[in-house]
Design a protein around this ligand. Structure first.
Ligand code: ZN
Length: 251
């Protein structure tokens, strides 16, 4: 089984379409949440995401844009994007967002957990090995896929329970690149495919991953996309300029 793993698309249709064009053959799509928020094509991204897969974990922006919780704890720029997104969504898209299940979710027939933030809290950021360590006792599956930080890579624990940070190594930021992670049987993993629609790891290219359970491998990908088109949409929508500027620097 080969799963295409997407996270944090954040209403960026230009990035999503580039990812889908570059994605290798796969059987299922697992979506780790934050389908909307920040960028300016929420309806298009929801429609495309629903076309390609059925496994979704809710993100904090999905929850806020659906109106299930307020966005008072969001920074002013994110708050503005939530308000704008709410005004853009039709009844069908809104109803779908509201129904999105919170993680963790174990896709049928797998030994994998899918979450947005962490195993305990969809709003928690797993940024350091200390954060990862705290997850250790909670994970009943050897592999957890998470998003929320918009940083591709994640963490691995050896037999002694020591956690290490993983970061794919790439050489060129203008082309499609991939990086293979061969999974060891006895190790535990917290793996982040990176953000499709708003990377924050200093690489502007859209990020995603492919999980092949038979080959025991996760492959990370980076894909260039039409950033200017995404920026134009943000400008036209009247969303904060900062949301456009950050896309081309990947922060
Ligand atoms: Zn996000």
């Amino acid at each position: 089984m080969r799963a295409l793993i997407l996270s944090d698309i954040h209403a960026n249709i230009d990035a999503l379409d580039a990812v889908l064009e570059a994605a290798p053959q796969h059987d299922v799509v697992w979506n780790l949440g934050d389908v909307v928020g920040y960028n300016a094509a929420p309806e298009d991204v929801i429609e495309r995401s629903r076309e390609i897969g059925t496994m979704f974990v809710r993100g904090n922006h999905d929850r806020a844009c659906a109106g299930l919780t307020g966005a008072d704890n969001f920074n002013p720029v994110a708050y503005r994007a939530v308000q704008w997104t709410r005004g853009q969504l039709g009844a069908d898209a809104l109803a779908w967002l509201k129904e999105m299940p919170a993680g963790p979710i174990m896709p049928a027939g797998t030994l994998v957990s899918c979450v947005h933030g962490s195993l305990l809290d969809e709003d928690e950021y797993l940024l350091s090995t200390e954060d990862a360590e705290g997850q250790f006792e909670r994970t009943r599956t050897p592999i957890t896929f998470f998003g929320h930080t918009h940083v591709q890579g994640g963490f691995a624990a050896n037999d002694a329970g020591e956690w290490f940070q993983m970061k794919p190594v790439y050489s060129d930021d203008k082309i499609v690149e991939s990086y293979d992670l061969d999974l060891r049987n006895s190790a535990k993993y917290l793996i982040n495919p990176g953000a499709v629609g708003q990377p924050r790891d200093h690489d502007w290219r859209a990020a995603f991953a492919l999980y092949d359970d038979a080959a025991a491998r996760v492959t990370f990908f980076r894909v260039p996309y039409d950033v200017q088109a995404a920026q134009m949409r943000i400008h036209r929508a009247g969303l904060p300029e900062m949301l456009a500027a950050r896309l081309c620097v990947g922060r």
